[in-house]
Write a new protein. Structure first.
Length: 345
């Protein structure tokens, strides 16, 4: 997942250097848009490779003049001692852009973080010179709300279909690096049982904003769920209308048939990105009372990897969530029969 949220936990300050993979030719450890922050004081945040480039990037970052940018091309194809490949398994080239943060850039990055925390996506446009240095940049929200430095975004610039990477812009008269920053994906777990604990932990570690809800106060606690961003005590009819957003991912795992049924009846006709139901197909059919299974409902929840126990089940659910987020899962990819062990009431 995009590690910009990890970077914003320790906000960039003047003198820090933002390193970004802006182009990949062939295969590489990370994709375009991967970022790393080299702190002037404190540990580096994030990685751009499997470990073969980071020290060189840090060395080059130390030489960069505040407020300036510089680009470097790394050839990961070579496997001899003189190349960057070093037998790492990569077989491509990556271009890394280093940007030294001055007071202006710091202020603009703070505005990006504010927008992300409010649930808005931000598009970055950086106009590049022939040497792939930044000539000007802009951060854009909702198409017409933008801020930046030395880059005028007119109404004729087509932005809707742009993907992260380097593209030629006729309107901006040159090559530009485009990058989307999206808010953290939200995962809502209803059920604070033993299987919810590792799911919350793994989801947090992979970049999700996690809410855990349950009517049992003794289970739904910060001691039990230290990595949860939000804990809610309440029965389904009290909780659901107040917290859910259309872009949410939901996992129903109370192991209580009537509560699962109440939750499912509330979410079933709403366009949530992902609704996972723990339990067998037979149990889900009883919950649905004969209704057909909508395409955004995953039952049994998780990929069919033969998982047993809370940790393995959590891994299978996270694998499915990541697949849905990254590329979507077709009907043929959904599991009709799952070997995962469930504990039903």
């Amino acid at each position: 997942m995009d590690n910009i949220h990890q970077i914003f936990k320790e906000p960039p300050t003047e003198g820090d250097v933002l390193a970004t993979v802006i182009h990949v030719n062939g295969s590489a450890y990370r994709k375009e848009g991967t970022t790393m922050l080299i702190k002037q004081v404190g540990p580096t945040i994030g990685v751009l490779s499997g470990g073969c480039l980071e020290e060189d990037i840090k060395y080059r970052a130390e030489k960069l003049v505040k407020g300036q940018s510089q680009s470097f091309l790394y050839n990961l194809k070579s496997e001899d001692d003189l190349g960057w490949g070093q037998g790492s398994g990569c077989n491509g080239e990556i271009r890394v852009l280093l940007e030294s943060i001055d007071s202006t850039f710091q202020t603009h990055l703070e505005k990006v973080n504010e927008q992300l925390l409010q649930g808005r996506s931000v598009l970055t446009i950086k106009k590049l010179s022939e040497d792939y240095e930044v000539m000007g940049y802009a951060f854009i929200v909702d198409g017409d709300n933008y801020w930046g430095k030395a880059l005028n975004i007119g109404s004729n610039v087509e932005l809707k279909e742009v993907t992260t990477g380097i593209h030629y812009s006729k309107e901006l008269s040159g090559y530009c690096y485009f990058q989307w920053f999206h808010p953290k994906p939200r995962l809502f777990i209803y059920g604070a049982g033993a299987d919810g604990v590792p799911l919350c932990d793994f989801a947090h570690k992979t970049g999700y904003h996690v809410t855990v809800a349950d009517w049992r106060e003794a289970l739904c606690s910060k001691v039990r769920f230290p990595r949860a961003d939000h804990l809610i005590i309440g029965f389904p009819h009290e909780v659901l209308p107040t917290v859910l957003l259309p872009q949410d991912h939901i996992v129903i795992m109370t192991h209580h048939f009537e509560h699962d049924k109440e939750i499912l009846q509330y979410v079933i006709d709403r366009p949530f990105k992902y609704i996972g139901i723990i339990g067998s197909n037979r149990r889900t059919m009883r919950l649905l009372e004969g209704q057909s299974v909508p395409p955004n409902v995953y039952t049994p929840v998780g990929l069919s990897i033969g998982a047993e126990g809370p940790e393995e089940i959590a891994i299978s659910i996270m694998a499915q969530l990541i697949a849905v987020k990254q590329r979507g899962v077709s009907e043929s990819g959904k599991q009709a029969d799952c070997e995962t062990t469930f504990y039903d009431r």
